[in-house]
Ligand binder design. Structure first.
Ligand SMILES: [Zn+2]
Ligand SMILES: [Zn+2]
Ligand SMILES: [Zn+2]
Length: 1019
């Protein structure tokens, strides 16, 4: 999913599964964007240089031979000589007027007999400056010729010019002979050229086709009914538009920032001096302190001049043609643009004597011509735009000059050969400047208004849209998006916060602006009169006919979606797509490694247990203050502080990785820094969105309980052992029944035996005894082959012997959210019916799911991903999973299990992949050896390997590990465990450490046990 952001923050949403929102503090985005672009530009140019070594030499080589042919036929070298007149004099002995001879020559003898297309259509312009062969050569060299006509015309001009200088018949006949000799050869050369030039055009058209809008239907001219309409509003409209949301949003929009009093000579009285927007600092580079601070003025020192930094509060908006007719500043109208491919084609066919800069400038002017308010309906026709330039360039003091004319003509010539590379595409309805005097830099265009959403509500809407797209089978279509993020300024007293503005249904003409990678407008979140408003400003002078654009700074996580978002801005630094790809693999690689699913659960569990000291300095550093922290229960704050810690850690790791990989110079270093900062900000944003959702949930559910809590020892015993004839104990039901089914009598007896014995012990010891039983069963299972998947069960029991921590999820009250207004234009042109739709349903496990999946907002039901992700990570498979043949199987579901650590271990140890492990369960407790390894840091990094040591024969090697980790985790003494181990003495021999127990001690233990047994019997 993608978002626009107001300088930046426009947001967009999209259909594809992997969406997420990245928003950003207003302009950081753009600054980054800018930096990014520059960098990309450099790399691109290098690539481009290589790309341009394509073969287009053949056709031109033929033309070069024309010059040689003419020289061969011209012993006096007249054609080639710049000092013509002296040479011609040598030949002159006759008296007749040469003009007459020329006429005769041309009219009668030398008319071309080529096919029609090669015939001259206009009389030769004798005032042409083409008067020697070198100039013709140059034109060949600069690739001026794309058709035979132009070549013939130039040869006529050349000869015509020289004939003009002939004063007698001798020179005239000489020239005629030269021409006559060369003509047939030239004819064949030209024909070869014409055959090959098409191929060369074809080659050029094959370049960079990946950036070509490839639609079979062209031109596409949107019909009126296909163009989005909007209801005009004068202020933000909260969604849902009712209390308490109205007040909440109002509160979030309010600012405590106060403007200072400006001096009476402040720059805010003059648009031209007011300064430009600084994208890297996200501030206006202005001498006006208020402007710099992105806050509108209020008072000034003793002057009644009009302050221009009050445009929002004074509603000094640009006027729209709909309301103001011919006096308007802007018009909502069809706009057109070119993709990167077309731009590339144009660059490649323009004459080589123009440098890159001149060509780029020309393309800028061409795009202006495309959108000049001449014939909007036929804006797709590049020929028309060229005609416009050719015509305009002949006017005095025109914006276009004769170079523009030459280039426009060049385009027209190639269009004739193949127009396929010169398509102009519609951007839909955009905004064009219709003020003859243009729009001045720093003018307010209009505030970017729309419906305004808190994050929880915004994502409800996204979920809904996604669902609709799916329903209407429009999943692969990239919908239009207009939404933009409104970030509060970081220097605000109550810290940062984010809202979403969406003008898709209700807004104003600011939502008409197209994207450009080199925009003339920009959005700036501004405090006006104590309230946040996103202002759309002219960032430079905009001339009559120019389309107004801004940089969407939008991101998507879906490559598929990006590919559909080809940019039509046509600017030099075009990024090719108007959606940036974010969340690249390398970035999430760190998350996967250092912040994996289990780790995220461990962090959450710790926060819920109140085990963590909150680091307030992190909140300050990231500007997370009261606006976000109000109504946060302690455990949630604790969780945030741990997340911030991770985000900072990740920042450092990522930076180091990039620097190791890419640092070549200062520029790359800055680029790395920018990349890392951007990602870090995305993380923070996601944290904010998650927080907002959780707060909303807790409020609706009327709870402040943490989502996870530890399972008491009593409950744990209940889960393992049958209590009160319950039917769902792990050992006495599930495991026992499996053994029964396959006739493992000894093991059944063991379970029964321990079940009886356990009552002799304290609850702690009962748990140790249970873990010992897991270990013993695991070992005994391996002693012989069985016809069920006994190896899997053995492994799982061994794991359980080393699993100490179990937790459960809080059962919150689920609820249904507020109804959603269907979007008439939810996906422009796709879904048009309008109705009220049921509100989103939140289930009990939403909080757990969302907190664990905090880094993405695109999952409508995070509890469902949770229940997939926890398989084999937080949860062991059901015993019935092993009630299958022991044959090795390969599962087609293997991919689905890639996060299933249990499967991985099984594969590692036995080279077995069990087809379908069953995780469907009503089990309410979670905990595995994998969770243990991450959660109980004291066990050390080798815990898993040591605990899972594999030996079919020797039990002691496992038992040693058991003792060790019981000691580390609970400080349980070996003595105690040896005593408990006595319960298994007939089945398994345990080597006792010789020095530890002497005979006397052994006697004591035995008598103690006897004593206990007596007591039991008596009872
Ligand atoms: Zn000022
Ligand atoms: Zn002012
Ligand atoms: Zn672009």
């Amino acid at each position: 999913m993608s978002l626009k952001r107001a300088k930046g923050n426009k947001t967009k949403q999209s259909s594809s599964a992997e969406e997420e929102k990245k928003s950003d503090s207003i302009s950081k985005q753009i600054k980054k964007q800018r930096k990014k672009n520059n960098n990309v530009g450099i790399i691109e140019n290098k690539k481009k240089a290589k790309m341009q070594e394509f073969q287009r030499e053949d056709a031109w080589k033929h033309l070069e031979t024309i010059a040689d042919l003419l020289v061969q036929s011209d012993p006096y070298n007249i054609l080639n000589n710049e000092e013509l007149s002296t040479l011609i004099q040598i030949l002159e002995n006759y008296e007749r007027d040469p003009k007459e001879y020329y006429k005769e020559w041309f009219d009668e003898e030398y008319e071309y007999q080529f096919d029609e297309t090669t015939q001259l259509k206009k009389p030769i312009n004798f005032r042409s400056n083409l008067y020697n062969l070198n100039q013709f050569r140059k034109r060949v060299q600069y690739r001026y010729y794309w058709d035979i006509q132009a070549i013939i015309k130039d040869l006529h001009k050349l000869f015509g010019n020289i004939y003009m200088r002939c004063k007698n018949q001798q020179s005239y006949y000489y020239l005629s002979k030269v021409w006559e000799d060369a003509k047939p050869k030239i004819r064949s050369v030209i024909q070869k050229f014409s055959e090959q030039i098409k191929e060369e055009v074809h080659n050029i058209l094959q370049l960079k086709t990946e950036y070509k809008i490839s639609s079979k239907i062209w031109p596409v001219i949107p019909e009126k009914k296909e163009i989005r309409t909007y209801i005009e509003i004068q202020d933000y409209e909260p969604n849902p538009n009712e209390e308490p949301h109205i007040s909440q949003i109002k509160e979030k929009l309010s600012s405590k920032k106060v403007p200072i009093k400006c001096k009476n000579d402040c720059v805010c009285f003059d648009l031209n001096r007011m300064g430009t927007f600084n994208y890297s600092e996200i501030t206006w580079d202005s001498e006006c302190p208020n402007r710099r601070n992105r806050i509108e003025c209020k008072e000034h020192e003793g002057t009644d001049k009009t302050c221009l930094n009050m445009q929002i509060q004074l509603k000094q908006y640009l006027t729209n043609r709909i309301n103001f007719g011919d006096n308007a500043d802007v018009e909502e109208t069809l706009c057109w643009g070119i993709d990167v491919y077309t731009r590339n084609v144009i660059m490649n066919i323009l004459p080589l004597d123009y440098d890159e800069q001149q060509k780029n400038l020309f393309i800028e002017k061409l795009i202006l011509a495309i959108n000049r308010p001449n014939d909007k309906q036929r804006g797709y026709d590049m020929g028309l735009a060229c005609d416009y330039i050719i015509k305009e360039s002949r006017m005095i003091s025109s914006y276009y000059n004769k170079d523009d004319r030459k280039m426009a003509k060049q385009i027209k010539r190639v269009i004739k050969l193949d127009g396929g590379g010169f398509r102009i595409h519609t951007k839909g309805c955009g905004l064009v400047c219709v003020n003859k005097f243009g729009i001045k830099t720093n003018s307010l265009i209009i505030p970017y208004l729309g419906e305004i959403y808190q994050p929880w509500r915004w994502y409800e809407k996204q979920d809904f849209i996604k669902k609709q797209m799916k329903e209407f089978n429009k999943k692969d279509i990239l919908p239009d998006f207009y939404n933009i993020m409104l970030d509060k300024h970081p220097d605000e007293d109550d810290g940062m916060d984010i809202l979403f503005v969406d003008p898709i249904n209700k807004g104003n003409f600011s939502s008409r602006l197209s994207h450009s990678c080199n925009p003339n407008c920009g959005t700036v979140t501004t405090v006006s009169n104590g309230t946040y408003v996103i202002g759309m400003y002219a960032m430079r002078n905009i001339q009559y006919g120019e389309e107004l654009t801004f940089d969407y700074c939008s991101f998507t996580e879906s490559k598929q979606e990006q590919l559909q978002a080809l940019c039509l801005c046509g600017s030099l630094n075009c990024r090719k797509y108007y959606l940036e790809l974010s969340n690249q693999r390398e970035y999430n690689a760190i998350l996967d490694r250092n912040h994996c699913f289990i780790k995220r659960n461990a962090i959450l569990f710790n926060a819920c247990l109140d085990n963590i000291k909150i680091d307030e300095s992190l909140f300050n550093k990231h500007k997370i203050r009261s606006s976000l922290l109000t109504a946060c229960p302690f455990w949630l704050k604790s969780w945030i502080s741990q997340l911030l810690k991770f985000i900072d850690e990740e920042y450092l790791i990522y930076k180091t990785e990039l620097d190791t990989k890419f640092v070549l110079n200062e520029e790359t270093q800055n680029w790395n820094l920018f990349t890392v900062q951007q990602h870090s900000e995305e993380r923070i944003q996601n944290l904010i969105f998650t927080l907002d959702k959780i707060k909303f949930f807790l409020k609706q559910s009327d709870s402040v309980e943490p989502p996870l809590s530890k399972i008491s020892n009593e409950d744990l015993i209940m889960n393992f052992w049958r209590i009160n004839n319950s039917n769902d104990s792990l050992l006495q039901n599930d495991v026992y029944q499996l053994f029964q089914k396959f006739g493992l009598k000894k093991l059944m007896e063991l379970i029964t035996h321990i079940s009886e014995k356990r009552h002799l012990y304290e609850i702690q010891e009962q748990l140790i005894l249970t873990r010992l039983l897991f270990l013993v069963l695991s070992h005994l299972l391996l002693q012989q082959k069985h016809s069920f998947q006994y190896e899997g069960l053995s492994l799982m029991l061994q794991m359980m012997a080393f699993t100490y921590t179990y937790f459960k999820a809080t059962e919150y009250k689920g609820f249904q959210s507020f109804p959603m207004e269907d979007l008439e234009w939810g996906k422009v042109g796709l879904i048009k019916k309008k109705c009220k739709v049921e509100g989103k349903i939140y289930s009990s496990l939403f909080v757990w799911g969302q907190l664990v999946g905090w880094y993405k907002q695109t999952v409508a039901t995070p509890q469902i991903s949770l229940s997939v992700d926890r398989r084999g990570t937080l949860l062991y498979p059901q015993i019935c999973s092993f009630d299958i043949s022991g044959e090795k199987q390969v599962s087609s579901l293997q991919d689905k299990c890639k996060t299933d650590y249990f499967q991985k271990q099984l594969e590692k140890r036995f080279n077995i992949i069990v087809g379908e492990l069953n995780y469907k369960t009503n089990q309410k407790y979670f905990g595995t050896i994998f969770f243990e390894q991450i959660y109980s840091k004291e066990l050390g990094s080798e815990f898993l390997d040591r605990a899972l040591i594999y030996d079919k024969k020797d039990f002691n090697i496992k038992f040693k590990q058991f003792l060790k980790y019981e000691k580390i985790k609970f400080n349980h003494s070996s003595d105690k465990i040896y005593k408990l181990m006595d319960n298994f003495k007939n089945l398994i021999q345990v080597q006792l450490p010789k020095q530890k127990l002497n005979k006397k001690q052994m006697e004591e233990i035995k008598s103690e046990e006897r004593h206990k047994e007596d007591q039991k019997e008596n009872a």
